[in-house]
Design a protein around this ligand. Structure first.
Ligand code: GEK
Length: 255
């Protein structure tokens, strides 16, 4: 299949390009949804590698008759990757996002897609939905937008919803305890954004808007939380600068 991240007809991200406007905290509104594929590709190093890889991970862990969740699906890039990699059609993908403008656009791309695995879209908060038995759950750069105090409870619920041996893929922007490591990787991330054509003004205005909205934690903190939630094998499978992706596997037998 083609890389799902190249399927979207995105406008160029100019959300923070005009001085003096839009000093609100960052939110997933219509202006962001319109340019989202361009924004995430130019802001998150490794994104275009991680998305198709989640398809391959899903193909390995998805079990017939179960659900695969794409939580914080945005326009459905991970949903499409999973849909075209999972070899069976007995089951379904449930893609959830609480931003209406994202879900509307996601609906459009799913309707254009010819994959056979059923997809259901839900406009809802991932903290408050009832989870069905799932063999795969993807949280691709979504947990970072929940208040840290809400993260433990969600991961515990997801671990309970996963079938024995099922997999959670957790991708996050991370922070580092060592100040030198933090400074180096943050500087390199800024270099990445400059190389993607963002101006100093766009970079600094987006950074201000994301303050307190996107709260990164260390890999060690994520690992501790996943283990506390009941996950057995926690493996970091991808890192690009200060962006990582982790596979966490639910226990084979629940106690
Ligand atoms: C991708 N996974 O393209 N409930 C539901 N959705 C939420 C919540 C919540 N509580 N909080 C945030 N979101 C996608 C990229 S973007 C990452 C994910 C980014 C949604 C929010 O509306 C947005 O669509 C998504 O999580 C995060 O692979 O923009 O850096």
């Amino acid at each position: 299949m083609t890389n799902p991240t190249s399927r979207f007809d995105s406008e160029t991200d100019t959300v923070y390009s005009r001085a003096g406007t839009n000093t609100e905290p960052f939110s997933f509104n219509d202006a962001v949804a319109r340019v989202f594929p361009d924004m995430i590709r130019r802001s998150v190093p490794g994104y275009t590698t991680i998305v198709p890889m989640i398809g391959l991970i899903a193909a390995r862990f998805a079990r017939p008759g179960t659900v695969c969740y794409d939580l914080g699906c945005s326009l459905g890039a991970v949903t499409l990757a999973m849909r075209h990699s999972i070899p069976h059609t007995d089951g379904r993908i449930i893609a959830v996002d609480n931003a209406e403008s994202m879900i509307e656009r996601c609906q459009h791309y799913i309707a254009l897609d010819d994959g056979q695995l059923p997809v259901a879209l839900q406009c809802a908060d991932i903290r408050s939905i009832d989870y069905q038995p799932a063999s795969v759950v993807a949280l691709n750069f979504t947990l970072q937008f929940l208040p840290p105090g809400d993260r433990d409870a969600l991961l515990s619920r997801l671990c309970r919803a996963l079938t024995p041996g099922g997999a959670l893929v957790l991708s996050e922007k991370v922070a580092f305890d060592d100040p030198a490591e933090q400074a180096l990787l943050e500087d390199l991330h800024l270099d990445f954004k400059r190389a993607q054509g963002y101006s100093e003004m766009e970079i600094s205005r987006k950074r201000n808007a994301l303050e307190e909205v996107l709260v990164p934690e260390s890999v060690a903190a994520h690992r501790r939380r996943l283990e506390k939630a009941g996950f057995k094998q926690v493996t970091l499978w991808h890192q690009s600068l200060n962006f990582v992706s982790i596979i966490a596997i639910a226990p084979e037998e629940t106690a």
